[in-house]
Design a protein around this ligand. Structure first.
Ligand SMILES: Nc1nc2c(ncn2[C@@H]2O[C@H](COP(=O)(O)OP(=O)(O)O)[C@@H](O)[C@H]2O)c(=O)[nH]1
Ligand SMILES: [Mg+2]
Length: 338
């Protein structure tokens, strides 16, 4: 790759064809903080806007629950159905340690040398255990390139709220015997996921019990179809599945549940609503991290963020984040006298 040989539009075209080399270059570009590269990255993201074909699915759960193992199994099963897969693992520690584990597995495993499976690991740089600043842009790239796009994050309960801004569907992978109903409720685990997968059903009896607790809890409180949004489809309780990522048990049922969820989102119009709400939440989150809640209040005192977002439906979320950030900084630069 020689620098400048490829315009952002050309790169976008290759990304949309699922070319793994182009996807890797695009991911590097959106992860590059140098200002001249940032301009290119925004052009790329604008060119990709509206061309997403992939479903964005978040895989969350406690460390050791089996998320990476499950993703490996999912990738293999999805490939068998002829679908391409992009995976983003957000590693709370560093690029070199935990995140490499799944990478190694993909390098070694059956799906490893297959161009239809793409894996990238990101360090969670800015917030402890939170999502990396570039997670959103990286998902935009992957969703333009692959049919199913997964983001793996460590999360228990409340942290699902932020990953929910980046995905259409949220899967919680539960460790069997990880807790009882009271603990699930306290941790807020029941609020967000669209699908629950209780893993390690190969461990005698434990998974079934955890699934029963989860179903009981969901029956108690939840009236929405997931994602923490009060829903119209009150009867739509999220499915609680059991399986073994290690043994490949329950993987097809999980894919079917994901497909069913996507079909519901499409049919009800909820998918579009989620996309719009996610776009706003993602921009708001990025600006709040940069300028704090006082900054946010100042930026949108006269005009709500949703208006700015609605004004520019064809440009990328990242472009809007930069544009609104520049506006804020101009307001407060010494020259303006603020
Ligand atoms: N018995 C059993 N072990 C599993 C299963 N899935 C994953 N594991 C093991 O659980 C450990 C953590 O798995 P990993 O996928 O790295 O979990 P993550 O931290 O959630 O990504 C590893 O030792 C896996 O081999 C399963 O279905 N059954
Ligand atoms: Mg993992």
């Amino acid at each position: 790759m020689s620098a400048g040989a490829e315009s952002p539009e050309e790169l976008a075209g290759r990304v949309c064809k699922g070319d793994p080399g182009a996807v890797a270059r695009a991911l590097n570009l959106v992860d590059d903080r140098r200002s001249e590269r940032r301009a290119e990255a925004l052009d790329l993201l604008d060119a990709l806007e509206g061309r997403a074909r992939g479903r964005r699915i978040g895989i969350t759960g406690a460390p050791g629950a089996g998320k990476s193992t499950l993703l490996d199994a999912l990738a293999t099963a999805l490939r068998a159905r002829g679908r391409t897969v992009g995976i983003l693992a957000v590693d709370p520690s560093s690029r070199k340690t935990g995140g490499a584990l799944l990478g190694d597995r993909f390098r070694m495993g059956s799906s490893a040398r297959d161009a239809g499976v793409f894996f990238r690991s990101l360090a969670a740089r800015d917030q402890l255990g939170g999502l990396s600043e570039v997670a959103g842009a990286s998902l935009d790239v992957l969703a333009a390139a692959f049919d199913s796009v997964f983001i793996e994050t460590v999360g228990v309960g409340q942290s699902e709220a932020s990953i929910a801004d980046f995905v259409e569907t949220l899967v919680f992978v539960a460790q069997p015997a990880a807790g009882d109903l009271l603990q699930f409720m306290k941790a807020g685990i029941l609020e967000w996921p669209d699908v629950f997968f209780v893993n390690k059903s190969d461990l005698e009896g434990l998974a079934a019990r955890t699934a029963t607790e989860l179903r009981a809890g969901l029956g108690l409180g939840r009236s929405s179809g997931g994602h923490g949004k009060a829903g119209e489809e009150a009867s739509d309780r999220p499915p609680v599945l059991c399986g073994s990522a290690r043994d490949g048990v329950g993987i097809d049922a999980l894919i079917d549940a994901l497909d069913a969820h996507h079909a519901t989102l499409d049919r009800s119009g909820e998918g579009i609503r989620r996309q719009q709400a996610s776009r706003i939440a993602r921009i708001e989150g990025a600006l709040a991290r940069r300028y704090g809640s006082f900054g946010l209040a100042r930026l949108f005192s006269a005009r709500p963020l949703a208006d700015f977002v609605a004004e520019d439906p064809t440009c990328s979320a990242e472009r809007l984040i930069d544009r609104l950030g520049a506006r804020f900084e101009a307001d407060f630069s010494p020259k303006s006298g603020a």
